[in-house]
Design a protein. Sequence first.
Length: 73
Amino acid sequence: MTDVVDSNELLRRIQRARACAGEELRTWRSRSEELGRTDPDAARDAHVRALSYEAVLDVMNEILTPGRRPVEP
């Protein structure tokens, strides 16, 4: 990526990434709950994916609104 972007464009990109991570988190949480009844292995995989998106969402939120969430040791 060699394009130079201004701060407003960077902010928009981060906000889009946060929205995408939130959507994926909801999707994988829902899938994990649905699969939990029928396929425990697939449910576990979906749960791990949800945790991954949750971590991404936490990072994006910290970038956009620093200090809102207390830092845990």
